[in-house]
Design a protein around this ligand. Structure first.
Ligand SMILES: [Zn+2]
Ligand SMILES: [Zn+2]
Length: 332
């Protein structure tokens, strides 16, 4: 089968590798859609601690089950959507309601959805794969994983319908936050960024949009919640300025390794600003993301910037690096 391999930063190759065969509880999936992700772009540009090289790439997917191992939870012919990890549900973190921090959630994840077939390990097949209804396209279903990241973040915020929320960074994650907030009925959402076409998508998804330089400062009360989605240290630091007294800042964008951020300690203390920075997701967040995807009122198609072929991957990553498009869909 054809599979995209990341050899080293900046070096992709399309290779022929053997089609894996499923063991007990495993699923072999014919990938129908695999969306690109900022994590893949980071790995391509500078390497990534969670993505080994050389190795197959891609972790967002949907597809059809074409072979199963004994006692697999799905059957041949089922259309499915899933994520690429699952918690063990028995380690310290799993037993303390922090499945996202499970000690083996990263070491047991599966990469390689930029390929014709993807083998889903037993634990993931059992916990984090779902049937894809016909009403949901393969392309949109492939957004389950990034939407689960967003659902994990949302679950940590005590949001009310009248909460004021500022999302900084109109990339795929920022836009998915806008969509999720709309899904749970939070109407007062401001999306700030630089890229006008991405801001326009935010507008379509229901946010008020503005340039980062024009974010209303808290001379007025400031925002109840600020969600940082750029992964730039300066923006992490600046985010605190936009929160109201007693507000919460969620630092969601992942900064480059080895960086440090600094904050005004008096502001954090006397204005009681809460800082949180969630990682990954547990099974509840995946279920929540699935529910949102099934909501017909939510249209995520503006996030999909077009279908591309695996042999165009280098151009696709160049486009993403230049902020042309939001997410591309590979149909291997
Ligand atoms: Zn992703
Ligand atoms: Zn665990």
């Amino acid at each position: 089968m054809a599979a995209l391999v990341l050899e080293s930063p900046g070096q992709l190759s399309l290779q022929q590798i053997p089609v894996p065969s499923p063991g007990p509880g495993e699923l072999l999936v014919r990938v129908r859609a695999a969306t690109t992700c900022g994590t893949d772009l980071k790995a391509y540009l500078r390497g990534h601690p969670m993505i080994p090289m050389p190795g197959t790439l891609g972790h967002e997917y949907s597809g059809d089950v074409v072979a199963v191992g004994d006692n697999a939870p799905y059957k041949v012919g089922d259309a499915i959507m899933g994520v690429h990890s699952a918690p063990c549900q028995s380690c310290y973190w799993c037993l303390h309601d922090q499945e996202n921090l499970c000690e083996s959630i990263m070491s047991t994840k599966v990469l390689g959805s930029y390929a014709e077939y993807l083998l889903i390990p037993e634990r993931i097949a059992r916990l984090n794969v779902f049937l894809k209804p016909e009403s949901l396209s393969y392309e949109t279903a492939s957004l389950l994983e990034p939407f689960a990241c967003v659902a994990q973040g949302v679950s940590l915020l005590d949001l009310k319908p009248d909460s004021t929320v500022l999302v900084i960074g109109p990339g795929a994650i920022g836009l998915l936050f806008v969509a999720a907030l709309k899904a749970i009925g939070v109407t007062n959402v401001t999306l700030a960024g630089r890229n006008t076409s991405r801001l326009e998508v935010g507008n379509q998804l229901g946010a008020t949009t503005c340039f980062v330089t024009d974010i209303p400062l808290p001379s007025t009360p400031g925002f109840d919640f600020v969600i940082e989605c750029t992964g730039q240290v300066e923006v992490w630091e600046k985010s605190v300025d936009f929160a109201r007294r007693g507000g919460t800042v969620m630092l969601f964008g992942v900064c480059a390794g080895g960086t440090r951020a600094s904050f005004d300690t008096r502001r954090l203390h006397y204005d009681q600003i809460e800082l949180i920075s969630p990682f990954h997701f547990g099974t509840q967040a995946v279920k929540q993301a699935r529910e949102w995807l099934l909501n017909p009122a939510l249209d995520l198609t503006p996030l999909l910037s077009g279908v591309r072929q695996l042999d165009e991957a280098t151009e696709v990553f160049a486009d993403l690096q230049a902020s042309r498009g939001i997410k591309y869909v590979f149909k291997p």
